[in-house]
Design a protein around this ligand. Sequence first.
Ligand code: NAP
Length: 506
Amino acid sequence: MSTSPKAKSLSASKVRHYKMYINGEWVDSEDGELLDVMNPANERVIATVPKGTRLDAKKALEAAARAQPKWEDLAPVKRASYLFKLAQLIRRDKERLAGVLTAEQGKPLYESKSEIEGSAQNFEYYAEYARRIEGDVLPSDFPRQSIMILKLPIGVVASITPWNFPSATVARKLAPALITGNTVVTKPSSNTPLSTIEIIKLAEEAGLPKGVLNAVIGSGSEVGDELVANKITGLVTMTGSTSAGSKIMERASNHVAKLVLELGGKAPLIVWNDADLEWALRCAVWARFWNCGQTCICSERMYVDAKIKNKFVSAFVKLVENLKIGDPMSKNTDLGPMVSKSARDTTEGFVEKARDEGGKILTGGSRPHELRAGFFYEPTVIDDVDQNSQLVQEEIFGPVVPIVEVDDFEKAIEYANDSKYGLSSYVFTKDSNRVLKAMYKIKFGECYINQVGPEQLQGAHTGFRQTGVGAEGSRYGLECYTQLKTCYIDWNDKPNLPYLFPYRNK
Ligand code: NAP
């Protein structure tokens, strides 16, 4: 992603131009500035998009606020009909959408297809909740009175998404927000805006009323900040880094907007001597290297039982060396490029620091020589890494995994929990005591036991510590988009005086 003057970008290339969507209209930014969208596999510009401004974000929020009361008044099944239609259109265009996703983000095409299918499923899953946005009817402490708890829409939702799953993360926010009667302004990452715009186009085709769903593009510090800080916004739902999430929390606090924040991860993967090692090996490779290591639930550090360490690690390295890195459009590719130059620079920095600190690079550790263009980095395994090192403590978000030897399962749990992040975790053991210890004592929001992700729609995606607040997926994710309202109703025929003065005669 880079900024380019409009005239230059439009005249100098045949690249496609995408617009933003505000109040049912396709628009450029207020000041006409553009951003280039780059294919990270070959560093070519594939599209231009408007570089939105604060004013664009404000207009989108105002449109969403105007559209909200009517949207809320629709029967939930009617709202659901739009989401079902949208899911159907996403499936119709699956191949094309997967191509756009791979071109802007770099993941292998088969991973993109599965992400697009996941986006369609998100819309269906939450559309099915239309008849189940249930409140409660509770007994009162007094005769002929009722208490009802309703779940109402919050109002306008600002959705802010990252580049690593540019289609699925937006679907996971739009679907629960819309079905519960909120209207939305969504902002994709400036690195990967196209997948969001493609979904919005299909939402328009599905007939979504104008203003209900709006999309603006632009930097987090300007457009994102306006969405967060503007008083129109009732809820900010953001997926991204912990540092950006913490800034958003601060800015949203000025008007006490509600928050759903799905932030960084540093998943530990523990392998014990009683595990099915063949299976654990395959899972460990997938858990670290899918999406080129750029998944919030990717295993970011491996704790291996000392009894099996040498055997396990040498077999793991062999599997990693067999991974095919290259053109993400090819069906033989396991790892595409990283999303951007800066993402690869960060990964390189991690590896250099680990090398300086005495980490042993068992495989990888550099750019693949044969791939000259594109932000590729070799899948890398580093041994002899200290628990307190940067590699074990900070989120790498690239195809690099540190290995730490442990000789006691409780110690492995202690190391796993020694992290500011708390999203996902993995444990491989056949011992039922160890399984239960993992379930109760590993303080991470997801625990994959003898299996890997991705997470499923009905599971709550959430985390301890600095991984954020609220949840996504499941009914718990749905509830984040509703405001509870308790109604106390008196249905006595005569004035209910004992109720007004219950203690007067006591
Ligand atoms: P990021 O840099 O935090 O950006 C995420 C989004 O937030 C982008 O749209 C960004 O806009 C916007 N943003 C940044 N600063 C902002 C601010 N001050 N106010 C409002 N918006 C702001 O994250 P990323 O690099 O795209 O994604 C990688 C991170 O996401 C990793 O840390 C990963 O663990 C996390 N992630 C978490 C989950 C989860 O479910 N927990 C899932 C996926 C990814 P611009 O980039 O356009 O400026």
